[in-house]
Design a protein around this ligand. Structure first.
Ligand SMILES: NC(=O)c1ccc[n+]([C@@H]2O[C@H](COP(=O)([O-])OP(=O)(O)OC[C@H]3O[C@@H](n4cnc5c(N)ncnc54)[C@H](OP(=O)(O)O)[C@@H]3O)[C@@H](O)[C@H]2O)c1
Length: 350
């Protein structure tokens, strides 16, 4: 598919990651049909309107809700490529079915059913997650080379245990299922790890990426941070990955989009070295017994089971495929962290 001047759809266009995808598309001169829940909420979309003023492409907004049938039909008209990013990324929730699973799964069904109906649609790029591949770092021990690859599927998350991971697994499985039932559009899936990097509109998003970084900077973990492993990737690299997934003719299947196998302790130490004089950033590891004791109080997703399966474990995600096939070169870890944190300071979040 030619990368020149297509009309494309981005779902949840105001979101943290989607905003960077929209920016990239406008820079390259595409026409973006942007779905948001409420087109009248200017605070959520002003930054996208600013991009439109600055760059070559055009943007048109549509109100669409993941939970409403046919909600994406109008926005999808004339679109050759669909970037389906909308899905809640929250770890502290009360009702997993209502808050995570329904929007992820029913949203995927609604968007993909619209794609079946609209002739113009040739490709869907779905934002999944490495959470659709694993729940706990301890699972790496049982994998070939102790690493997750695109062949791995999450078999351990459930409604009651890490429901966000479960929501992403159900949604991606359904996407592949719907793909197999038709021959009109292609499907490429991007599976990012924890996305960090500058937040274009930090006060208006509920992405857990902000909360995790904010908790490191606002003193929540000032006595120490658990050595919990995590993959990290820059939001701008994830946006590029979506762009390549759409326009690079080599793109096919799933792509682990994770630059660094690291830990919250390493993230915290690096931020301490840059910002520790002005912010209560922890630099010491919390011992396991203390993580057991206070973890669940600090973040409800830090359950005892999660701590047992992740504390001090090694996590490894293999990112060869995206580098080789889509030519993604990941930004330096330090740049990602420093620019993320600085953007939260600039927007008075910390
Ligand atoms: N951030 C990460 O570390 C990370 C890692 C891997 C994968 N991902 C995936 O990346 C995607 C974007 O996440 P993000 O971090 O950018 O989070 P975000 O800023 O919270 O974006 C989520 C988007 O989904 C929209 N949305 C939620 N429920 C909706 C509904 N019922 N109907 C319509 N739209 C709805 C939100 O709209 P409102 O603003 O109106 O709520 C928002 O635009 C998600 O699919 C997430 O699972 C994120």
């Amino acid at each position: 598919m030619s990368s020149k001047q297509n009309t494309v759809l981005v779902t949840g266009a105001n979101g943290y990651l989607a905003s960077w995808i929209v920016k990239k598309l406008l820079i390259e001169g595409h026409t973006v049909h942007a779905t948001v829940r409420d087109i009248h909420n200017k605070e959520k979309i002003n930054h996208l309107l600013e991009y439109e003023k600055k760059y070559k492409g055009n943007i048109k907004f549509f109100s669409s809700d993941l939970l409403e049938k046919n909600s994406f039909d109008e926005a999808m008209r004339n679109c050759s490529i669909i970037f389906h990013t909308a899905s809640p990324f929250r770890l502290e929730i009360k009702n997993p079915i209502k808050e995570l699973i329904n929007p992820a799964l029913e949203g995927t069904k609604n968007v993909f059913r619209s794609a079946d109906k609209i002739d113009a649609v040739k490709k869907i790029v779905l934002t999944s997650s490495v959470a659709a591949m694993y729940t706990d770092a301890s699972e790496c021990k049982n994998l070939i080379n102790n690493e997750i690859t695109e062949l791995i599927w999450n078999k351990t998350a459930s409604i009651n245990y890490q429901p966000y991971s479960y929501s992403k697994t159900l949604a991606e499985k359904e996407a592949w299922n719907l793909y197999k039932k038709q021959s009109k559009w292609e499907l490429v899936v991007i599976n990012p790890s924890l996305v960090l990097g500058p937040f274009p509109n930090a006060t208006q998003t509920t992405s857990e990426s902000i909360n995790l970084l904010k908790q490191i900077g606002d003193g929540t973990f000032k006595i120490g941070v658990p050595k919990m492993p995590i993959g990290v990737v820059d939001v701008r690299d994830v946006a590029d990955a979506h762009y390549e997934a759409a326009f690079n003719k080599n793109a096919s299947g799933r792509y682990i989009t994770s630059a660094y196998n690291t830990s919250f302790l390493e993230i915290s130490k690096l931020l301490y070295s840059e910002f520790g004089d002005s912010f209560p950033i922890p630099k010491r590891p919390l011992p396991k017994w203390l993580v057991f004791l206070i973890g669940p109080l600090l973040n409800k997703a830090l359950t005892r089971k999660y701590i047992s399966n992740n504390f001090n474990q090694d996590f490894k995600a293999n990112n060869n495929k995206i580098q080789k096939e889509l030519g993604i070169n990941f930004r330096p870890f330090k740049q990602t962290l420093v620019e993320s944190f600085q953007s939260l300071i600039d927007q008075k979040i910390i």
